[in-house]
Design a protein around this ligand. Structure first.
Ligand SMILES: [Zn+2]
Length: 289
């Protein structure tokens, strides 16, 4: 771990307890930050970690696609990203992301805090426990983590309370279906997703969520609807420009909402959610950072 600024050089203990992974259109969180680069056994994360403080809580921000958005969803090194955050001390992650709405009532600007996830990705490594030796010689065992409830219940409540506190009535719960991308869905795919009762569609929620679980991290997805998905509207279908424009319009109110959610998260040592016990009693074969 190399620091490019010395602010935190003498610090002991974790560099950050809370991680925020910014999605499309969300490339910085705080103005006053210390930038550090982190290497991991899985290679480099999407970008540096940007360390700062919100309401006395230490926070590490990581732009999921890189600060210049050079990484498409299927090329993001999700394992490196979560590992890097954990090695900085992060134990709770807030993950804003841009999604398409699968129901007419979930139009642009809707904020949804999902409680379920469906994986429709195709090409992504989705585990740390694949039997491949790490550079330190340790070999991960086969581990099957519990994933029935993929999101942290405490983190969800913090996000929901933060949204309500900002007069942005959120949708409490729903299913995020994650597609491979980078293309958007066809109308048929989109109608099918909607017919399953799923709520919103995105491209990055998997394997990010399960990898967080495999590291015993609390993970909360905060989904901002930027468009109605192809099957839910009659126009031209989704365009990248449209997504970015809606995100840009909403980033001004998403940022303070994230601040409030950070403040509302439980103290690291006081967590009693299922995420913290995900690896209890399991012999992982590797030492988590
Ligand atoms: Zn949790």
């Amino acid at each position: 771990m190399a620091e490019t600024s010395s602010t935190h050089a003498d610090r002991t203990g974790p560099l950050a307890e809370i991680g925020v992974i910014g999605g499309s259109g969300f490339y910085s969180l705080l103005d006053d930050v210390t930038e550090i680069t982190v290497d991991t056994p899985y290679g480099a994360p999407s970008d540096s970690l940007f360390l700062g403080e919100i309401a006395g809580r230490s926070v590490a921000f990581l732009p999921r696609h890189g600060r210049k958005h050079h990484l498409p969803p299927h090329r993001i090194n999700y394992r490196a990203n979560l590992w890097a955050l954990r090695s900085a001390g992060v134990r709770q992650v807030l993950a804003p992301c841009a999604v398409g709405g699968l129901r007419e009532e979930y139009g642009p600007g809707t904020l949804l805090v999902p409680d379920q996830l469906v994986d429709r990705t195709k090409s992504r490594i989705q585990t740390y426990f694949d039997g491949e030796a790490l550079p330190d010689g340790s070999v991960p065992n086969v581990v099957h983590v519990t994933f029935a409830d993929p999101y942290c219940p405490a983190g969800r409540q913090a996000a929901l309370a933060a949204a309500r506190g900002r007069d942005w009535e959120p949708v409490d719960g729903g299913t995020l279906v994650v597609v491979e991308g980078p293309r958007f869905s066809t109308r048929a795919e989109s109608r099918w997703h909607a017919a399953q009762g799923w709520s919103v569609v995105g491209m990055t929620g998997h394997p990010e969520t399960v990898l967080a679980r495999e590291l015993g991290l609390c993970y909360t997805s905060i989904a901002l609807v930027t468009d109605l998905d192809a099957g839910a509207e009659t126009g031209e279908g989704v365009s990248h420009t449209e997504v970015m424009a809606v995100f840009a319009k909403n980033i001004g109110r998403l940022r303070p909402l994230i601040f409030d959610a950070v403040e509302a998260l439980p103290e690291t040592g006081a967590r009693d959610c299922l995420c913290t016990t995900a690896l209890s009693g399991l012999d992982t074969g590797i030492t988590l950072p």
